[in-house]
Design a protein around this ligand. Structure first.
Ligand code: DHB
Ligand code: MG
Length: 223
């Protein structure tokens, strides 16, 4: 089925993905420099993030896990001039790659994009007390730490903040209770925390199939 899923993603992309030099540069340069491209979101998934941001007229965005900043492009291109994206990447190699794409994107998009290199838990804990809450948060870093990222994200949220978590299905690995990989345990614990959380108004998870295989997004609205 993977070929069909990829062909359909390709069809959707051809019809619906806008021509955008910053998006193209990020994809092409990632490939040219030999980085794995499967870590990035698919274009139709990026567009979904953009639309959630537009629907909610979000201005302040937090991304945990930059990789090549391809998803960062989708977050940033949805924002007006006074928009701001803070994106955090733990791996220096990835942050260097991402910074090239962000530098390019700064000429294309009006919003401010800031990349911080380091451990997201430490960086988020060290943000100044008076840091304004974020309107939209995209969690897409090491899956093992998702529960911690979720807790920290909730602290940096206001009523109505939308939180999206990538890769919450992992081709069904989450159902295999013999699978004790830290990443899978991390995702399972994230579901447990999302369930009946006093600070979450509503929450769901959607399975996705396509060029990136079988995975999914969890989406939560903060109470
Ligand atoms: C992996 C991580 C991701 O965030 C993703 O979207 C796909 C794959 C990974 O670590 O394999
Ligand atoms: Mg991901």
């Amino acid at each position: 089925m993977q070929q069909l899923w990829s062909d359909i993603d390709c069809f959707i992309e051809k019809h619906l993905t806008p021509q955008d030099p910053a998006l193209s540069y990020a994809i092409e340069n990632t490939e040219q420099q030999g980085f794995p491209e499967h870590l990035a979101v698919a274009p139709n998934q990026g567009m979904l993030l953009q639309m959630l941001i537009q629907m909610n007229a979000c201005k302040r965005i937090l991304e945990v896990g930059t990789f090549a900043a391809y998803s960062t492009m989708w977050l940033a291109r949805a924002l007006p001039e006074d928009g701001y994206v803070l994106t955090i990447e733990a791996r220096e190699k990835h942050a260097n790659l991402a910074q090239q794409h962000i530098d390019f994107a700064k000429k294309e998009y009006p919003a401010t994009i800031e990349l911080k290199l380091g451990n997201a838990v430490e960086i988020l804990k060290m943000l100044p007390e008076d840091t304004e809450a974020f309107d939209f948060i995209f969690i897409d870093a090491d899956k093992q730490s998702y529960p911690e990222y979720l807790d920290l994200s909730l602290k940096l949220s206001h009523s109505g903040t939308v939180i999206v978590l990538d890769n919450v299905i992992r081709a069904g690995d989450i159902l295999d209770l013999d699978n004790h990989k830290p990443s899978i345990e991390g995702i399972r614990e994230t579901y447990t925390r999302l369930q009946n959380h006093p600070r979450i108004l509503s929450c769901t998870a959607l399975q996705t199939i396509g060029s990136k295989g079988h995975d999914g997004f969890a989406i939560a609205i903060v109470k």
